[in-house]
Design a protein around this ligand. Sequence first.
Ligand code: NAP
Length: 492
Amino acid sequence: MQVYKNFIGGEFVASQGTRRINNVNPADTREVLGEVILSTKAEAAQAVEVAAKAFKEWRKIPAPKRGAIVAKAAQLMLERKEQIARTLTREEGKLLSEAMGEMQRAINIAEFCAAHGRRLNGEVIPLELANNVGYTMKEPVGVAAIITPWNFPAAIPIWKIAPALVAGNSVVFKPASLVPATAELLMACFAEAGLPAGVLNMVIGSGGEVGNTFVDHPDVRLVSFTGSTDIGLGIYKRAAGRGIRAQCEMGGKNPVIVCDDADLDLAVSGVFNGAFGSTGQRCTATSRVIVQHAVADAFLERLMAQVQKMKMGNPLDASTDMGPSVDESQLKTVLDYIEIGKNQGAELLCGGDRPTTAECAHGHFVNPTIFDKVQPHMRIHNEEIFGPVLSVVRVESFDEALEVANHSEFGLTSSVYTRDLTRTFRYIHEIETGITHVNSPTLGGEAQMPFGGMKNTGVGPREQGTEVFDFYTETKAVYIDFTGAKREGKLY
Ligand code: NAP
């Protein structure tokens, strides 16, 4: 059986830890893909020390050359796209088509960041002082700790690692323990692209041991985390206690407003993909639909017709529409929330139970579930479920729809379906989410656009786009006096 290895100092090395867990295919738990050895605090600290040493030379490599290495890694990811996607599907459970899409997103982001190596410039700023020049330059910060979740095991690590490296930082990376195989394949792409030893290091292990050792280590200067809100806020506090910069992208509860003037077919298609794609385990998944009374019945009739045709099963099979929850604990969370929804008086329209087909017998499957007549105070409306469970809230007016959409501690993404210009722009201006869509699903994002959430979804600067480079760089302000004369008058 494959035993996953850490990647430290340019070598794949077996962990010395004693705790072991199996990497299991969530679509068929009889298939054990490999064994994870949970690394020790000492191994995590060693990786940071290796990264701190490598940083001293890596920061001196010109940014375009650092970008060229990341571009080569992107090229290798492209060549291995299907191989990595298949591994991702087998350990995480999303459809192969979704895993291929995720890989393409990772490649796009790596290419975008690589090219930014040629634009990592400051600016020349006019000074009041004659014969003086002022300009800014961008410098790396130091060792970056990167901690990622299981639900996008390729794209999220890449959207942190690629900008960190191009900006000249060295990296210690902790993937989620549920997805070590994808992480190992990604490390191989960087190693073979010619990245100097020690610049990128990966330690597989638990958050409490490896993650916290990274965050607390004096050589770590910045932390980028994606995952749940509780863990993210804990990491933010730890980082703040040390006075280092942190960026935490966390939970979501993304709403879609369907107005009474919407193109209903468009709305149904967007909500269907948003709610049930990737088994509802996307941070950008649609989990709430707020629909005006006048079109609610027609909207739900068309949505249910699509949902009832869905086929659950092997995510590698092209005829499958939805894969499993990632593990037993996530499945239990989803089933528990279904009970909570029923107990609080929401009306279960479909799903709510587990499929009984032979194909689903050994996996963590749950049927796509829709609750109607959900009220904003209910827990299924307010708490992140992270599964294929959609809450439908019926409202009278557009104003009420906006109020319900914003009735959330989270604010990652959202969408509106309307043909009315006034509603469109009011929505764009008033919705409290970091990303928003008009007449399209809550999903996705392009490499050159910023990504991140408001409220309890995100703290720290945005990821992706060019904005991410502000997080991974220090700005140095430079004054050059070429008068050759002593400064006269008061200095301030
Ligand atoms: P999680 O349980 O918070 O774990 C995320 C990462 O943090 C994992 O690598 C985990 O390691 C590690 N970790 C756990 N406890 C830790 C601790 N005490 N100290 C340091 N690190 C720790 O989240 P998840 O279940 O993997 O992912 C699902 C969550 O991610 C959802 O809430 C989803 O909304 C969110 N998400 C948000 C975005 C966004 O951009 N806003 C994107 C994707 C996902 P181990 O699991 O190995 O212990």
